[in-house]
Design a protein around this ligand. Structure first.
Ligand code: ZN
Length: 278
């Protein structure tokens, strides 16, 4: 299993700091936080960024993320598609083959599952058509939060299966898996080749409905039964990218190099009974 580091974990650090922290901690893969790349590219070129990755022997493995892609008014939807195009051009230039895309909150006034599924399928097909010429895959990430239109792995898989495009898959994030009460058995139904990214993290002990991103903890330091997720992942033959993604403001105050090292060590301890880590 390839271990990656997600730039959200060190939210206050800039992209060059993420690259050097991840490399120093022994990671070979980095998930780029999109806003950090936007800021970097106001002063530098894509070639500069390529050079930085090469110098640190680090592979950019995804760009995170295009948020709230569904249920957008027409004008905003045009911006979503334009952003997808822009990030695909950058991904292609960096030799990075994945972009994470995130569903929207359930619209005010509600939407039933048939509507949510139809909208999600349509939008993912539109974006997949944009991404396809660039060789970029879209990883659809369900959010376990109560307000999200796609909350569980079973729902996410139903959508991705219906989309039925070679360049559309999904993300399993342990925080969202836990917060939205996804069933471990739902992993068994998923084609492992369609799990493009596995986001690993833990969360504080609190009612699931009250969980927010800020409650995430390093793997093994919270209450998520990670073994119950890792075992079926191993059983279905998943052996893709596993990336550490935390959004804990307390961690943002730490030295990024120190945080990256702690994150790698904690994650390896949790993964090693199940997976060979590189
Ligand atoms: Zn995630």
């Amino acid at each position: 299993m390839l271990l990656g580091f997600n730039g959200a974990t060190t939210m206050k650090a800039d992209l060059p700091a993420d690259i050097s922290a991840a490399a120093a901690a022994g990671f070979k893969a980095l998930e780029i936080w999109a806003e950090k790349m936007d800021r970097y590219l106001t002063q530098h070129s894509l070639d500069d960024l390529n050079t930085l990755f090469t110098q640190h022997r680090l592979q950019p493995v995804s760009i995170n993320s295009i948020e709230f892609i569904t249920f957008r008014p027409a004008e905003e939807y045009e911006q979503i598609k334009a952003r997808c195009h822009e990030l695909c051009i950058r991904a292609d230039g960096l030799g990075c083959d994945k972009i994470v895309v995130v569903p929207s909150p359930t619209p005010e006034g509600g939407a039933d599952w048939t509507e949510i599924k139809a909208e999600s399928v349509n939008v993912l097909r539109d974006l997949a058509t944009i991404a396809e010429p660039y060789g970029v895959q879209l990883a659809f990430e369900f959010l376990g939060f109560g307000w999200c239109s796609v909350r569980t792995l079973a729902q996410c898989w139903e959508i991705v299966n219906e989309v039925n495009r070679p360049n559309v898959g999904l993300v399993i994030d342990t925080c969202h898996f836990h917060a939205g009460s996804s069933a471990p058995s739902s992993i068994e139904a998923v084609d492992p080749r369609k799990i493009l990214i596995f986001h690993i993290n833990d969360v504080e002990e609190r009612p699931r409905e009250s969980i927010e991103d800020a409650h995430r903890l390093l793997p093994g330091e919270g209450v998520i039964p990670l073994d119950d997720i890792l075992s079926p992942l191993k059983e279905i033959g998943f052996d893709g990218l596993c990336s550490i993604e935390l959004f804990r403001p307390e961690y943002w105050e730490l030295d990024p190099q120190e945080l990256a090292k702690r994150a790698r060590a904690a994650t390896i301890t949790v993964l090693e009974p199940h997976f060979e880590v590189r």
